[in-house]
Design a protein around this ligand. Structure first.
Ligand code: ADP
Length: 498
């Protein structure tokens, strides 16, 4: 089974969120399951700085507005082969994978990620110097959404899987860019990649791939509904009805293990949780929190509207009044950052905020905390609630998406719904009650820590899916997915998410 895994992040090289973790861990786990899996990602400066020497395996000519590019071969730790789309004018830039140092997305992200997708199609078509072609092309999120489409348009002999990690990011581009992106004009229709008079990378991936997956069973159901489907729910409903949508939860890697976490000053496991107090002391000092015997609530997150921290702001007075403290690490939307900064100023010594992306601090806050706040409006899978449970930190989370699938209410954490300050308050009260009952608190923490969040289960599920798809290869011509017509009334919600 050979698989090309196309992504824009890799935790060891460049990471903006969960996709980076998944792209590092899932291929390794799939390799352990016997898959010949290889990665493809853009050659960002941080990638070139960290990988072993790169061998150029192809020179590709420019097409549309996509400049000439190279395909390089190297490997990442653990010996997983890594191919790179090398286009210095597109990828050799300061900032994150998606935007400049000012935090704004690059205006030519469509060209950049079309280049990545074209490189994927090149590899699927077979590059003489590579001597390798995948059975499966596995694309992730909008950034590689055009890859299954290019493969389909070129009638390449490869089965394609598209995984949605977050439907809120769709990669829209104007009609005028079709030629620039090498997209055939006749694909610009409802039964194609058109989305409200724009082209959509994500819709292209969904529409033209053979199978669609997302990262939890609950989110797989949610995206067939108007409230969570980002305007694509009609299409996805049709795909689900045809049996071509699967929800496979993510796992977390062994780097998230309190027994040998090198970011912690002291290590611990379920047999001895005392060391958590020591890490908590460190965090209280680092975030200027007063010494306290009360519970510590942690937040490690992108600070964006999706994550629901405006609801936390509404209940913060109550947490503090009951003797709790909040340690926050995150970066993102300046408005959300400002709101939390204001909150921490109002509760000096009780609520501490560290703005930034800081891997060691993420591990320490998750290890130090008693409870972990995740009032996400939607959460395709979520990783931090699993990381928290593995460290004996009980998540308090909105019952949505992967949070509903990976937390057992009152056993390994606290779930609440609907997403209101009142319901969050009730969940927090339940957490305070458990904190006041050390035996129960300990039992819950140990149950959470004993859960299996490893990647081996998800890897087996993906491998089984790949196997089903390649078994179907002998079947007659692949058909584009059927479309469920979306009534006009649904389009307002669609436009909002887009
Ligand atoms: P999302 O992908 O929506 O950002 P996830 O919970 O799926 O959310 O994954 C977030 C990942 O990024 C986790 O591994 C988490 O520990 C990490 N993370 C989030 N914010 C920060 C931060 N400010 N510093 C370091 N790591 C972070």
């Amino acid at each position: 089974m050979s698989v090309l895994f196309v992504t824009s992040e890799h935790a060891e090289l460049v990471k903006a969120g969960g996709l980076g973790d998944i792209s590092a861990a899932l291929p390794r786990a799939l390799r352990d399951e016997g898959c010949d899996i290889r990665l493809l990602m853009p050659a960002y400066p941080a990638v070139l700085a960290k990988v072993r020497p790169v061998t150029i395996v192809a020179h590709r000519r420019g097409r549309g507005a996509i400049p000439p590019y190279l395909i390089g071969a190297t490997e990442v730790s653990g010996g997983v082969p890594l191919y790179l789309a090398i286009a210095p004018t597109l990828f050799q830039r300061d900032g994150s994978a998606y935007g400049g140092p000012d935090g704004l997305d690059h205006a030519d992200n469509d060209i950049r990620f079309a280049c990545l997708s074209l490189a994927a199609a090149d590899i699927c078509a077979g590059l003489p110097r590579l001597g390798w072609r995948p059975d499966i092309l596995h694309a992730h999120d909008w950034v590689s959404g055009l890859a299954p489409a290019y493969a389909r348009w070129s009638k390449l002999p490869v089965r394609t899987v598209m995984t949605i990690h977050n439907i809120a990011h769709q990669g829209l581009f104007p009609y005028e860019r079709l030629h620039d992106l090498c997209v055939p004009a006749d694909s610009f229709r409802t039964d194609g990649l058109e989305f409200h008079l724009h082209g959509s990378f994500l819709k292209a991936g969904i529409f033209y791939s053979d199978h669609l997956t997302t990262v939890s069973p609950t989110y797989a159901e949610e995206i067939t509904e108007e409230s969570h489907g980002g305007g694509l729910h009609g299409l996805i409903e049709g795909i689900a009805a045809a049996g071509n949508l699967t929800g496979i939860p993510n796992g977390i890697g062994e780097e998230w293990n309190p027994r040998h976490d090198h970011y912690l000053p002291v290590r611990f496991d379920q047999t001895d949780l005392e060391a958590k107090h020591e890490v908590a002391e460190l965090i209280r000092t680092a975030l200027c929190l007063e010494p306290s015997e009360g519970p510590l609530f942690g937040i490690v997150s992108r600070l964006v509207h999706q994550k629901g921290f405006d609801i936390v702001a509404e209940v913060a007075d109550r947490i503090v009044a009951k003797g709790g403290q909040i340690a926050i690490l995150g970066t993102g939307d300046p408005q959300v950052e400002a709101m939390l900064l204001d909150l921490s100023r109002r509760h000096r010594g009780k609520i501490g905020l560290m703005v930034g992306f800081n891997e060691p601090m993420a591990h320490r806050i998750i290890a130090a905390s008693d409870f972990f706040l995740m009032p996400s409006r939607f959460e395709p899978c979520g990783l931090t609630q699993m990381q928290a449970q593995r460290y004996g930190t009980l998540p308090i989370a909105h019952r949505t998406g992967g949070l509903a699938d990976t937390i057992e209410d009152d056993e390994t954490g606290f779930l609440f719904a609907p997403l209101t300050a009142e319901r969050l308050s009730e969940a927090i009260d339940r957490a305070f009650a458990v904190f006041a009952d050390p035996d129960r608190f300990d039992a819950m923490r140990r149950t959470a820590m004993a859960k299996d969040f490893s990647w081996s289960g998800p890897a087996r599920a993906y491998k089984a899916l790949y196997g089903r798809l390649t078994d179907e290869t002998s079947k007659p011509a692949q058909r584009p997915h059927s479309l469920v017509v979306v009534p006009k009334s649904r389009t307002a919600a669609a436009a909002k998410v887009a």
